[in-house]
Ligand binder design. Structure first.
Ligand code: PMV
Length: 332
């Protein structure tokens, strides 16, 4: 696939010779480690790409209107499921100066939807890459981010951009107010992600926090400030692999997210199970009110005990993201 990965490099227009019979695109999942919700209010957040869990798309020419299809019930079962994919394809064609017709895109995804993995951003990213590839166009990272973010607005209303940034990133992301810095995340352990089985609505959770902020500005503002301060400190711990400090900050973040009203019984059950089995820290990841939790297991600690405890506590899916400067996950 024709891409350049330099931040802020320019996009090259499509060249007719480079245009292919079909285009392919892939884009990965993301995991927020710190700063969900507070990031919406201008504080920093930290997220990592999970490259082994990805969405893929193929684009071919057609005689008909622009069209996106999927055999994947996980994608098509959602209300208005075509909105984000169509917007991603349309925005890409527009960016390339081409009409929004004559392209058929098929998409499939291994990124669980509504679980905090950034599934809509991954699907949008795969489509952007496939449509660009079909036309032999090189889109730099900034261009791909902007196109994914445009599609994300359809799904989330006013997303912070964290998902879109991380789905086009190769390394950890420190994100604040739309400004992004990449850094090598050193976990000093393994991340285990466990699914509550409950579909979380990011849009609703974000609205709930906003309503709480309006009702109780002082208390809620202080909680959001603290989440932001933790994200800032966590970056330092994650740069040097201080897993114990990272775990402690995960626990404190979870307590605050609970006070903000975005935890749930299922999340608390999984967090308690992970901690009881020896995790250094555990918290929800993403919008909350369902979705996934993430637990950190220190190097040399028993990851199997944690995954077994999570399964026994009702986790409907468990993924492990091994320690690496460039995180990539494996499905279990
Ligand atoms: O639920 P996710 O993975 O899309 O993450 C949402 C993160 C929030 O901070 C709650 C919202 C946002 O736009 O950043």
């Amino acid at each position: 696939m024709a891409t350049v990965s330099e931040l802020n490099a320019h996009s090259l227009p499509p060249s007719p010779e480079a245009s292919a019979a079909s285009g392919h695109g892939r884009s990965h999942a993301k995991l927020i480690l710190f700063g969900e919700h507070s990031v919406v209010h201008g504080h920093p957040a930290i997220a990592v790409p999970v490259r082994s869990i990805a969405a893929e798309a193929d684009a071919v020419r057609s005689d008909g209107p622009l069209d996106v299809a999927s055999d994947d019930p996980q994608i098509t079962a959602r209300d208005g499921w075509q909105d984000v994919p169509l917007m991603a394809a349309e925005a890409t064609l527009r960016r390339l100066g081409l009409p929004a017709s004559g392209v058929h895109v098929s998409v499939r995804s291994r990124v669980p939807a509504g679980r905090g993995f950034g599934s809509s951003a991954a699907v949008a990213g795969a489509i952007v890459n496939a449509v660009a590839d079909l036309h032999g166009a090189e889109l730099d990272r900034q261009a791909r981010f902007e196109l994914v973010q445009e599609a994300e607005r359809v799904a989330h209303g006013n997303p912070s951009g964290l998902d879109a940034r991380t789905t086009v990133a190769e390394r950890g992301i420190a994100f604040q107010g739309g400004v992004v810095r990449e850094f090598d995340v050193v976990l000093g352990g393994t991340l285990v992600v466990a699914d509550t089985g409950v579909h979380g609505s990011t849009r609703r959770a974000v609205a709930d926090v906003r309503a709480l902020l309006e009702r109780e500005p002082e208390r809620t503002g202080a909680l959001l400030d603290r989440l932001g301060a933790i994200a800032r400190d966590a970056e330092r711990a994650l740069r040097v692999g201080d897993a114990r400090a990272t775990g402690g900050m995960m626990d404190e973040s979870q307590r605050i997210l609970r006070e903000l009203g975005v935890s749930s019984t299922e999340i608390e059950t999984l967090v308690t199970a992970a901690k009881g089995a020896g995790a250094l820290g555990a918290k929800l990841s993403g919008g909350g009110q369902g979705g996934c939790i993430v637990a950190l297991i220190g190097d040399g600690d028993d990851a199997t005990a944690v995954t077994e405890a999570l399964r026994a506590a009702g986790a409907t899916g468990i993924w492990s993201v091994p320690p690496a400067p460039h995180p990539s996950g494996t499905t279990r």
